[in-house]
Design a protein around this ligand. Structure first.
Ligand SMILES: NC(=O)c1ccc[n+]([C@@H]2O[C@H](COP(=O)([O-])OP(=O)(O)OC[C@H]3O[C@@H](n4cnc5c(N)ncnc54)[C@H](O)[C@@H]3O)[C@@H](O)[C@H]2O)c1
Length: 460
């Protein structure tokens, strides 16, 4: 990871020395100046990652330096913090209105000082990459997560190209945005090279979501799973690499397989079941996708990140392929028994789709995420039995909760996973935050969705 250089200008040499030592102690490279003129010369030559300016300086004061930095094409976007021994409300407003990004009063609290610098650097990092991106390709954009991502990108005025074969995707998912002139919907498979290569040529960023998904689907169609989930990814990476554009690849917590090393960390060993159990075709394919993505980064320099998603849920998700929350809602809202497979003690962590979309978008703009495999999920645990009880309560349903063997739904030879909880340390380190929406809020959103779209209950 590149170490950001901080340029600091303050006419008090002792203070300058102290701040420099603190910044260097926190891992930054520092260029320190007592005069604005010298600092400008240096900044124009080689733009720093961030600038800290004392307001009051003899000769050229902080505001003049600020204004010159903002008028030079090399430094126009550099984050700037103003320093002053006294910041009246008027002065704070003046600093921000003049183009500063933050202000700090001297003597400052060292921890807060470093946190604010880090926050500004992160923001600027994200803006940098996002700014240069206009045309975005979402493979699988008509699916559950893809459609939420589509909406979020359209809201930010991106041109969105969806490539989807509608195997599990639905027109209804993108109904509300289908007339948006910035949306381009292409029906086809990621394995169709003629279509894919043309689309990649038009785009600056790819979110690769297309895959055969859903436990039931995978169990019934392992061949589709393997072919689409691996060959498709090879092609996406091949064409992205040809153009050198970033790929955000969605993988899955399934790759942890039968591991019991809770919470699951990205660097732990994976324990996947044998080939005669169809379920594992999905985990193996996605794992191969991960290796492919990381290898494209290492050997071909492709900017790409792998994101392992943990049970993403929210409005618009369907239960046809074994997704538990929509299945439970459907039965609770239509008065049918809520069917729990197994003993219901299996534990999952559910993540809000909007949190996931927001974080995928941030990771798309973070250079330091490139080449990494990152867990993305919530680490708040709930058993499936308690989930059923919660949904029954939220919907005020009289439906009984019944327990059935997995084989009634998934056939014989099915293996389930008892517990799945992500370790989010890496995400926190790279991004500075993790998904925060709690399950109660998510379930309310899903309930509201089904209540306002009753026809969707038929289709679950
Ligand atoms: N929802 C989750 O909890 C979850 C968890 C882990 C990983 N993921 C990953 O996130 C991604 C999106 O999942 P989702 O939940 O939105 O599922 P989804 O089924 O709603 O979305 C997948 C989309 O890909 C499309 N698709 C499938 N094969 C294709 C092909 N060959 N060419 C073009 N389009 C194709 C489908 O029609 C669908 O629209 C997948 O890669 C999945 O593995 C999801």
């Amino acid at each position: 990871m590149e170490i950001p250089t901080i340029l600091i200008v303050d006419d008090e040499p002792d203070l300058l020395k102290l701040v420099t030592a603190r910044l260097e102690g926190s891992g930054f490279k520092v260029r320190a100046f007592t005069s604005g003129q010298e600092a400008l010369h240096c900044a124009f030559e080689d733009a720093p990652g961030l600038v800290i300016l004392d307001i009051l300086m003899p000769g050229m004061d902080g505001y003049e330096v600020l204004q010159k930095l903002r008028s030079n094409k090399n430094t126009v976007d550099v984050p700037i913090i103003m320093l002053s021994a006294k910041f009246s409300q008027e002065e704070k407003t003046r600093a921000l209105d003049s183009g500063a990004d933050d202000y700090i009063t001297k003597p400052y609290e060292p921890k807060e000082f470093i946190s604010r610098i880090n926050a500004l650097l992160r923001r600027s990092d994200r803006q940098k990459d996002v700014k240069s991106v206009k045309n975005v390709l979402i493979t699988g954009g008509a699916g559950f997560i893809g459609s939420h991502l589509t909406r979020a990108l359209l809201a930010k005025n991106y041109n969105v190209f969806i490539l989807d074969d509608f195997s599990t995707g639905r027109e209804e998912n993108i109904q509300d945005v289908k007339d948006n002139p910035n949306l381009h919907l292409i029906r086809g498979s990621i394995t169709d090279e003629a279509i894919l290569s043309k689309l990649v040529e038009q785009c600056d960023l790819i979110y690769h979501l297309a895959a055969t998904v859903g436990v039931k689907n995978v169990v019934e169609k392992p061949l589709d799973t393997i072919i689409y989930d691996t060959l498709g990814t090879v092609l996406v990476l091949k064409y992205a690499s040809g153009k050198g554009i970033k790929v955000v690849m969605t993988s899955t917590s399934e790759v942890y397989g039968k591991s019991v090393a809770i919470p699951f960390s990205e660097s732990t060993d994976l324990i996947i079941g044998p080939p005669d159990i169809n379920r594992w075709s999905y985990a193996c394919s996605k794992l191969l996708d991960e290796f492919l993505t990381v290898s494209y980064y290492r050997e071909r320099g492709l900017p790409a990140v792998v994101v392992r998603l943990f049970n993403v849920v929210g409005p618009g998700q369907m239960g046809r392929y074994g997704m538990v929350i929509p299945r439970f809602f459907k039965n609770a809202l239509t008065g049918k028994p809520i069917v729990v497979y197994g003993d219901g003690e299996q534990v999952r962590c559910f993540t809000d789709v909007d949190d996931v979309v927001e974080i995928l978008m941030e990771l798309s703009g973070l250079e330091k995420a490139n080449g990494e495999v990152i867990n993305l999920g919530s680490d708040r645990e709930i058993s499936i039995k308690d989930l059923a009880l919660k949904i029954k309560e939220i919907t005020k349903s009289a439906s009984p909760i019944v327990f059935e063997p997995y084989s009634n739904y998934y056939g014989h030879n099915f293996q389930d996973i008892r517990k799945r909880v992500p370790n989010l340390t890496k995400l926190k380190k790279i991004l500075g935050r993790t998904p925060q929406t709690g399950l109660d809020v998510i379930l309310e959103k899903v309930k509201d969705y089904f209540v306002s779209h009753p026809q969707e209950l038929e289709d679950v």
